[in-house]
Design a protein around this ligand. Structure first.
Ligand code: HEC
Ligand code: HEC
Ligand code: HEC
Length: 169
């Protein structure tokens, strides 16, 4: 009974002693001298400001670089478009003949190309051979002639009839 109490007492003393030491160690940093703390804070603030400045400078450089790249890309795109147009014009035949049962059609192709642009007839695709057929041909050709009140709208003015094909009109 006595022995037991003694052991408990020893353990309590050890625990208290241990805790006391721990507290002392934890308190240690708080006792850093004020001037050192101040210097550290100032250094941290200076470093923070320097980082901010560097970030801002990097951002400015990035923005400038992006603007330069954008300008370059724009110029390249314009040059490509201009070159493509020149090539297109060189490709466009002077006249195009559409042979069909109603009578051969002679389209002043280049004249139309220069006045209305390739896409009017060729669409978004690269200009080249174009199969129209009656419905699409009439819609496209007569459609524009009627709308603009210019160009032939009567059968014989487009279809150069063979001697026999007169009944069509
Ligand atoms: C008024 C309508 C029209 C316009 C505008 C037009 N084309 Fe065409 N083009 C045609 C038709 C119709 C043909 C079909 C000829 C064929 O397939 O027999 C054709 C055929 C062509 C061909 C193939 C010629 C061949 O002999 O195989 C080229 C190349 C061409 N066009 C280029 C152009 C270019 C380039 C432009 C613009 C600068 C242009 N065309 C504008 C109607 C047009
Ligand atoms: C502005 C020009 C234009 C006029 C005007 C026009 N046509 Fe056409 N026609 C075309 C074109 C273009 C085609 C299609 C040719 C092709 O696909 O090669 C066509 C095709 C046809 C075809 C089909 C021929 C075949 O081989 O399948 C017939 C039929 C026809 N036209 C009849 C007429 C008649 C009838 C009139 C008058 C009422 C007329 N066209 C007026 C331009 C015209
Ligand atoms: C976007 C409008 C437009 C389209 C599409 C168009 N034309 Fe024309 N076409 C005109 C105009 C405008 C004129 C009159 C030009 C002029 O008098 O200088 C004309 C004139 C013509 C002439 C008479 C040329 C001359 O010198 O007398 C013919 C033939 C002709 N077109 C055929 C066609 C055929 C075939 C097609 C379809 C494959 C067609 N056109 C599609 C606008 C168009």
């Amino acid at each position: 009974m006595r022995k037991k109490l003694y052991v408990v007492g020893m353990m309590a003393a050890l625990m208290l002693g241990g805790c006391g030491q721990g507290e002392k160690q934890a308190e240690a940093p708080a006792t850093t001298p004020a001037p050192v703390e101040q210097a550290m804070q100032q250094a941290q603030e200076a470093a923070g400001a320097a980082v901010k400045q560097a970030e801002q400078a990097a951002l400015a450089v990035q923005e400038k670089a992006a603007a330069v790249v954008e300008k370059g890309e724009k110029a390249a795109a314009e040059a490509t478009a201009a070159a493509e147009k020149t090539v297109d014009k060189a490709l466009a035949p002077e006249t195009v003949t559409l042979d069909n049962k109603m009578g051969k059609i002679t389209l002043p192709h280049k004249k139309h190309a220069e006045a209305h642009g390739c896409a009017t007839c060729h669409g978004d695709r690269k200009p080249g051979p174009l199969k129209l057929g009656k419905e699409a041909g009439h819609a496209l050709c007569q459609g524009c002639h009627k709308k603009m009140q210019a160009g032939p709208t009567s059968c014989a003015k487009c279809h150069q009839k063979k001697a026999k094909a007169t009944e069509g009109c």
